[in-house]
Design a protein around this ligand. Structure first.
Ligand code: Z16
Length: 833
């Protein structure tokens, strides 16, 4: 392609090619140009929002120049690429990240100052890109940052939701959901109106036999919806590589069908079709760890998978390679089972459209895909009803049955004596109605399956996927413990700590190789270093205290122990255990003499997180937290010794303020229920200690930082089944201290007891599935140990520094390299200037 362009033409393009600002002066020129022309503002009416837009546009220009070069380079070298398919990308804000990754934040700071703005205020104008629920979506965002930083040729594919995760308001203690319309004036996306794909739904399948007797299938007469690409540039840190996140938006197909309606004067119904099509990408489903089997969700999944696969195949076909080379050129990672239809869609393209034989096609498919599982919770595992799928995707259902048939035949051959195994491993569950088990389909269609932390991956192998380990052998199943990007979660969120570390290490190399952090352990006894370390924590606590004051009106004491639990509200994550512990503390303080009170460690108990709108128990927990806060915070007997704060609308940009400000954070899921958790890593990397159960990545964190540096408590995963069994047979007594807490709730201490009866009953009467009572004693005694440890500030500080020094393992870059080496088999594409 390159060679076909004549030299004079190339010369003209080269001469006028866009250039990048390289210093403060040039940045200011770009900024003012955008403010005056793109935004049509001036010195006289440029507010902070306009300053933000102008700055974003100036940086966007830089990103897009590098984006273009990166894409050209990737096309030209044509080496293997990774495609990361995720229904969620919880990106947060882009400007600060772009400035730091490009390395021009200081130039921007000075430039904005010259023009009358504070960079922090400008950064704060940006709306979070919140196209995700929680850990799974944020993991996808960390993957993008890391893949770009490590120069992997990698694209993300997702949906461009018009509404991201709802905004949470707390009104009278209750969660209220507000729609998050975020797309107006988003400078970070590039509409690609020329890149569209027609996606079909419904219709029926025709069988066609040709002269040679060969049977082919044709899927006809469906409804067609159009997918349009929107591209978001993803800059790496300290590299020119700028990858692509492609998000699909839906609208009515511009095909003849619709024009006919308009021409026939059926204007209203043509507009209705348009709106109907647009609903596919309208809204992110707000559930974390729950699948509800709604038809629109399945439509979203197929729409996104089919558009992405079409795009990937189109790109591959341009290279004119043989189909057998497809898996050598392309690796597709499935983020959970949400994109499992991509497996079926590729098989369909290969056999129905490209005319390959089943076996050859299936070999290509399984070599291409790999699947990450994020949970063992049964309510989160996707199953789709067969009648629903039959109606929406008739050809895909046929192919799924075919995949299942061949699979079951091979299993039967290998295990002829096992009568039950076929029904256990069948993709189709023989229930009423029959259900398609998406996790099984994902395993069968992939060459690698991984869990996200050691305990989680072990549980997959010994419970959920046990039969599949027998069938395929252990090599298909592996663990890759999650990580986080140190760029956002250390450098961006905690610039002073990052600078202190850089000062000791002689530069910021640790942001690209986090294992270098281990060198700060040598300074654990260095007086000046320690002082600076605790000053930084204090500053970060003050910043959070300010945020709390301005959003809740409450004053909190920055010398108090800040105890934080921020994450989605879920019974398995046990915010109820935390708030019951707080009530226990409150009752204890109220029973104390003035002398005894002097020994109490003052605490600020901070909560934050969203409940799925239909999850009543989670909403009840939020309500209880807010009611406890109301009572405790104004109780003169308690004063500064205990404050309870619920931070509204927890999201990525708030996490960037909260994580650096914790003394201790809570990761207290019932053992065996949390896949990994990733905020645990964020808190420790920012010098906070943690209290946690032996669950998810808490286990690897303990291994890395040492058990003297973490507060572990509670029953182990291996004991959970037995304990639940005992509850079931009534063979247990509720913990007496917890009973005291319930007595307080039931005597209306925190408002109408009726508001919380479902919550107390779930523990007292309905089997205490999450073992709150079983772990309560161990939880509160461990909190007493936390208080005691906090009183020795010198030792606390040593734990904080040592822990940070040992966190290198949790860099997302280690995670990305593990996927690249053992799953994708892709190489980085080194950057040349
Ligand atoms: C999600 O956020 C997670 C799992 C899941 O099945 C669905 C959603 Cl939306 C989380 C896990 O709960 C968490 O433990 C893990 O750290 C995270 O995925 C990333 O792997």
């Amino acid at each position: 392609v390159e060679a076909s362009i004549p030299e004079p033409l190339r010369e003209a393009w080269r001469k006028h090619s866009a250039s990048e600002f390289t210093n403060k002066e040039e940045f200011e020129t770009e900024l003012v140009r955008h403010i005056e022309t793109t935004l049509a503002r001036s010195l006289y009416n440029c507010d902070e929002l306009a300053a933000y837009s102008g700055t974003a546009l100036a940086f966007r220009d830089r990103l897009i120049i590098e984006w273009n070069k990166t894409q050209q380079r990737q096309t030209f070298t044509d080496q293997k690429r990774v495609y990361y398919l995720s229904l969620e990308f919880l990106m947060g804000r882009a400007l600060d990240n772009a400035m730091l990754n490009v390395g021009m934040k200081e130039a921007a700071r000075e430039g904005l100052k010259d023009l009358g703005f504070r960079i922090e205020d400008v950064i704060n104008q940006e709306h979070d890109a919140a196209l995700g629920n929680g850990g799974l979506g944020r993991l996808a965002a960390c993957f993008l940052d890391s893949m770009a930083t490590l120069n992997y040729p990698a694209w993300g594919y997702g949906l461009r939701y018009r509404y991201g995760i709802f905004k949470q308001e707390i009104i009278n203690g209750y969660q209220v959901e507000i729609p998050d319309y975020w797309l107006d004036n988003n400078p970070w996306e590039f509409p690609r109106h020329e890149i569209t794909v027609d996606i079909q739904f419904y219709g029926n399948v025709k069988k066609i036999q040709d002269e040679n007797g060969k049977i082919t299938h044709s899927w006809e007469d469906g409804e067609v919806v159009q997918a349009t690409a929107y591209d978001v540039p993803i800059p790496g840190y300290g590299t020119k590589t700028t990858n692509n996140l492609r998000l699909w938006s839906s609208k009515a197909s511009s095909g003849e069908f619709d024009f006919q309606k308009f021409n026939a004067g059926d204007y209203e119904s043509a507009v209705a079709d348009q709106q109907n099509a647009e609903t596919i990408s309208a809204v992110l489903y707000p559930n974390d760890n729950l699948e509800r089997g709604k038809e629109l969700r399945l439509k979203q999944q197929y729409f996104w998978c089919a558009a992405s696969l079409f795009d990937i195949v189109r790109r591959f076909k341009k290279t004119k390679r043989a189909w057998s080379e497809f898996p050598e050129q392309i690796a597709i990672q499935l983020n959970d089972t949400h994109p499992t239809l991509a497996i079926v869609e590729l098989q369909r393209i290969l056999i129905d459209k490209e005319g390959l034989e089943w076996d050859e096609a299936w070999g290509i498919v399984t070599k291409t895909f790999s699947y990450t599982n994020h949970t063992v919770l049964p309510e989160a595992l996707e199953k789709w009803s067969v009648p629903l799928m039959q109606n929406l995707l008739p050809r895909h259902l046929q192919i799924i049955y075919e995949i299942n048939l061949f699979f079951l035949q091979s299993v039967e051959k290998r295990f002829p004596k096992d009568r039950d195994i076929l029904s256990r491993v069948s993709i189709i569950e023989e229930s009423h109605p029959k259900m398609v088990r998406m996790a099984y389909l994902a395993i069968i269609g992939s060459h690698k399956v991984n869990g996200v932390a050691e305990l989680h991956s072990d549980l997959l192998k010994t419970t959920l996927f046990k039969d599949f380990v027998e069938i395929y052998g252990p090599d298909r199943f592996m663990n890759v413990t999650n990580g986080i990007t140190p760029r956002r979660w250390l450098h961006q969120a905690n610039p002073r700590l990052s600078a202190l570390i850089a000062e000791k290490l002689g530069g910021y190399d640790f942001l690209k190789d986090l294992t270098l952090l281990d060198k700060i352990e040598a300074f654990v006894d260095d007086k000046a270093f320690r002082e600076e370390w605790s000053t930084i924590k204090r500053e970060n606590k003050l910043r959070l205290a300010k945020h709390i004051k301005s959003t809740t009106g409450f004053d909190v004491n920055p010398n108090a122990l800040f105890d934080v639990q921020v994450k989605r509200i879920h019974e398995y994550k046990r915010q109820q255990l935390n708030i019951f512990g707080v009530i226990h503390r409150y009752l204890s303080i109220k029973a104390m003499s003035a002398e005894e009170k002097k020994k109490v460690v003052p605490r600020v108990q901070i909560f934050g997180g969203k409940a799925a709108p239909g999850y009543w128990m989670a909403k009840t927990i939020i309500h209880l937290i807010n009611k406890v806060a109301e009572v405790v915070n104004k109780d003169p007997e308690v004063g500064d010794l205990l404050k309870v704060i619920f931070i509204e609308d927890y999201n990525v940009s708030k996490a960037e303020i909260i994580c650096p400000a914790s003394d201790i954070s809570e990761h207290i899921s019932t053992a065996g229920t949390e896949g990994s958790g990733t905020s645990n890593m964020k808190f420790v990397l920012n010098g906070g200690l943690i209290i946690g159960t032996c669950d998810g990545a808490n286990i690897e964190i303990t291994r890395e930082i040492g058990e003297q540096n973490i507060f572990l408590f509670g029953n182990l995963a291996e004991d959970v089944e037995d304990l639940r069994h005992r509850h079931f047979y009534g063979d247990f007594k509720i913990d007496p201290q917890l009973e005291r807490v319930f007595d307080a709730i039931k005597s209306n201490t925190f408002g109408d007891k009726g508001d919380f009866s479902a919550l107390t009953a779930s523990i007292e009467e309905h089997g205490d599935y999450y073992l709150v009572s079983d772990d309560f004693n161990s939880y509160i005694t461990t909190h007493d140990m936390v208080d005691e440890a906090f009183q020795n500030q010198e030792e606390w500080l040593a734990k904080s520094i040592t822990s940070v020094a040992r966190m290198g393992f949790f860099s997302m870059d280690r995670v990305t390299n593990e996927y690249a080496d053992s799953i994708w088999n892709v190489e980085p594409l080194p950057v040349r200037d």
